[in-house]
Design a protein around this ligand. Structure first.
Ligand SMILES: [Zn+2]
Ligand SMILES: [Zn+2]
Length: 713
């Protein structure tokens, strides 16, 4: 016998303590089990070996003892975490439900058909089908009640009134309800004309919500997305005490003159997958503070204005008709559509045909390349098979006329959060005018939060229900944006230029100020400045600087912040050629259930550290004063042409230029003169100035990677 008697007694005592509260219940499993249906391990945060491949428990039911005669139903309560695949719950071999496909920590209730419960021995299993991809999950704290779900809830009403602190007016928002373990806890609320509900989460369009909970202690978080405070309130649900909660939110992040846009939103209603109905989407958009939502269901054009009207939220945002043009070789979010315009052709796998059709569609001015490093239908557009990511070059001549790309998609984050930002800056160096985009790609009410990734577009935001779409689209195309995933990096150059501007210089030093913005519930750890994609300045952030808001007299609270986390001031020499400048701030991911940041959708490694990111758009420094922004490629072409195919001469001429221009030159030279891998060329490169050598080697390494990837085709 492996366990001592005292250990067993201790375990028995523990489980009877936890589950003896309700005499009509049977504890099936206390504590959490780690299951892994198939190898390999999905995430490094799970232990090397799992407890089991599936959950299986035999248990006894004594119906008389449980008072089952009077029972109006049977209910399973369970806790689950990190569910990505489909796990089926079987009661005596009958499939009664599935676990909720959601990574969040959730306690919820499953109805058990009364005919499934036997007197005596019963069996509960939770498993996936054979062949399902590896999924590490936690499941446990499972109890069977001889009661209906409704009977488990206290009769006492919980009523929430969510308002804005300044105006005392009701505000849309999100309520997140967690138990003492921090699990999202199911309420008895259901989605209706003013609430969108999932276990532990209630979005309200009116600021009002009403629900019930089982007796116990809970914490409620009220929130309204990135720009607002989070109000935390702990309470106990008792049998005899109604809860009427008045909760107030403040606007914390200053974003005047910028419109909060999510360019990538879906519904189950029109995309056929995910779980948010179009009605629920209207409520969640208002609840997360999105002012300009683009509706982008797959290969359809949906006008959500009638639903916004119907749900009473049209004063909070201006819906824009869009479409996710979903092809075999990539997805493009395109908008705005003229009234009645049909969706573009999505059947071609040739980008030129797709983009011709997109730009030929009445009204459409924007084509965003979505999630370029995720595999869909076997194609990853920015994989080395097709794309040299140092010079931003497609190797098969695909038409690169998209004018924006997603650098953060909060529903499909990358293992390396910087990956797509580097890709974007490489495209700028290649000479493509591409606006960076943050979006959510949310198909759900809670699994992925709508508006978590978002783009701030310079535009008049006074009346969120009547945003000038033409102005927003024009500024978007011009790159007058900021990308946000929990942070903002607001860049000002010489006190007047910002993202999307052409910076005029007189040869004096450039003064660059970057304000890192975020609500009190996020942190930033670093702010960086990039020139032509290379890191040129970096500053650690150790402490928030924001001043407390003090305009509320006795209502002053330590939590109230003005949303400015840090200000970096840098001076740089005006370069001797044009460059694009980009500011990026990063910080640790959010763990709180009210805005939890998701794990990567297609991870490259089981190791993952969640991060937040805020990125300015690009500002171009017109150092050569010719009135336009010249990309690295433009300089490289000129220098390569002047060098008459003479490598040492080329390397020498490049010495006054930066690494990005050197990489572009390496690419152009190699295309003309053959591969740069002979000993003589390598020796010449080795002798070049440091940034030229670095630019050539970076290009050659990326080129080798593409050669390897293409060799297998
Ligand atoms: Zn997509
Ligand atoms: Zn999508």
């Amino acid at each position: 016998m492996r366990h001592s008697l005292s250990t067993i007694l201790l375990l028995l005592t523990f489980s009877s303590l936890a589950y003896s509260a309700d005499p009509s219940s049977v504890a099936i499993h206390s504590g959490m089990l780690h299951l892994r249906n198939a190898e390999p391990r999905e995430w490094a945060e799970f232990s090397e070996t799992a407890d089991a491949r599936l959950f299986e428990q035999i248990f006894q039911v004594d119906k008389e003892k449980l008072g089952a005669k009077e029972a109006t139903g049977w209910t399973l309560r369970l806790r689950q975490q990190d569910i990505k695949q489909q796990w089926t719950v079987r009661f005596n071999d009958r499939a009664i439900s599935t676990l909720i496909r959601d990574e969040n920590d959730i306690v919820h209730f499953i109805e058990v058909p009364p005919t499934s419960v036997k007197q005596g021995t019963n069996r509960l299993t939770i498993s996936t089908k054979e062949g399902v991809a590896a999924d590490d999950i936690l499941v446990g704290d499972i109890t069977l009640y001889a009661k209906s779900k409704q009977e488990l809830f206290s009769k006492v009403d919980i009523e929430v009134h969510l308002k804005m602190f300044d105006t005392k007016e009701y505000s849309p928002g999100r309520l997140t309800i967690v138990d003492e373990n921090g699990s999202l806890f199911d309420t008895d609320a259901v989605s209706n004309d003013h609430m969108a509900v999932r276990p532990g989460v209630i979005y309200t369009s009116t600021g009002k919500a009403e629900f019930h909970l089982p007796k116990g202690k809970y914490t409620l978080y009220a929130s309204r997305g990135f720009e607002y405070s989070v109000r935390k309130y702990s309470f106990e649900c008792k049998d005899d005490e109604a809860q009427v909660l008045y909760l107030y939110l403040r606007r914390e992040v200053p974003t005047p003159g910028y419109v909060a846009c999510d360019t990538h939103t879906h519904t189950r209603t029109h995309s056929g997958h995910g779980d948010s109905t179009v009605e629920e989407r209207m409520i969640t958009l208002a609840g997360e503070g999105i002012e300009l939502p683009i509706t982008t269901d797959h290969n359809v054009v949906i006008d959500t204005r009638p639903w916004a009207e119907k749900m009473g939220v049209s004063q909070y945002f201006t819906p824009v008709m869009g479409d996710e043009v979903t092809t075999q070789t990539g997805h493009f979010n395109v908008f705005p559509f003229a009234e009645g315009a049909a969706p573009p052709n999505y059947k071609s796998s040739v980008w030129k045909e797709t983009l011709d059709s997109i730009y030929g569609t009445p009204g459409v001015k924007i084509a965003i390349l979505n999630h370029a490093r995720d595999v869909h239908r076997g194609t990853k557009p920015f994989s080395p098979e097709y794309f040299n990511d140092v010079v931003g070059e497609n190797l098969d001549g695909w038409d690169m006329r998209f004018n924006a790309m997603e650098v953060i998609n909060s529903g499909a984050t990358q293992t390396d959060i910087m990956r797509l930002f580097h890709d974007w800056m490489a495209l700028l160096n290649r000479g493509y005018q591409v606006t960076p985009v943050g979006s959510s790609d949310s198909h759900d009410v809670t699994r992925y939060i709508v508006g978590q990734g978002r783009t701030y577009i310079r535009a008049d935001d006074y009346v969120p229900g009547k945003i000038n779409i033409d102005q927003a689209v024009e500024n978007f195309v011009a790159g007058k944006v900021m990308v946000s995933y929990g942070l903002l990096a607001e860049m000002k150059i010489n006190g007047k230029y910002s993202s999307g501007d052409l910076v005029k210089t007189n040869g004096e030093k450039l003064r660059i100020q970057v304000r890192v913005l975020g609500p009190h519930w996020v942190d930033a750890s670093v702010v960086e400045l990039y020139a032509n994609g290379q890191l040129i300045r970096s500053e650690e952030i150790t402490k928030r600087i924001d001043e407390k808001l003090d305009t509320y007299g006795s209502m002053k609270r330590s939590r109230a912040k003005n949303g400015v986390i840090h200000t970096a001031n840098w001076e740089i020499d005006t370069p001797n050629h044009d460059v694009h400048l980009v500011a990026i701030a990063r910080g640790p991911g959010v763990k709180g259930n009210y805005w939890k940041t998701a794990k990567p959708y297609q991870p490259l490694s089981p190791k993952f550290t969640a991060e937040l990111i805020g990125c300015s758009g690009a500002a171009w420094v017109d150092a050569d004063n010719n009135g336009k922004a010249d990309a690295a490629r433009v300089y490289a072409e000129k220098i390569v042409n002047e060098s008459n195919n003479n490598l040492p001469k080329l390397l020498k001429q490049l010495s006054g230029f930066d690494q990005a221009i050197a990489s572009q030159a390496a690419h152009l030279y190699q295309q003309k003169n053959g591969n740069l891998i002979d000993m003589k060329s390598l020796a010449a490169i080795d002798a070049a100035s440091p940034q030229v050598k670095e630019g050539f080697l970076k290009y050659l390494n990326a080129w080798k990677e593409t050669e390897r990837a293409r060799a297998g085709r």
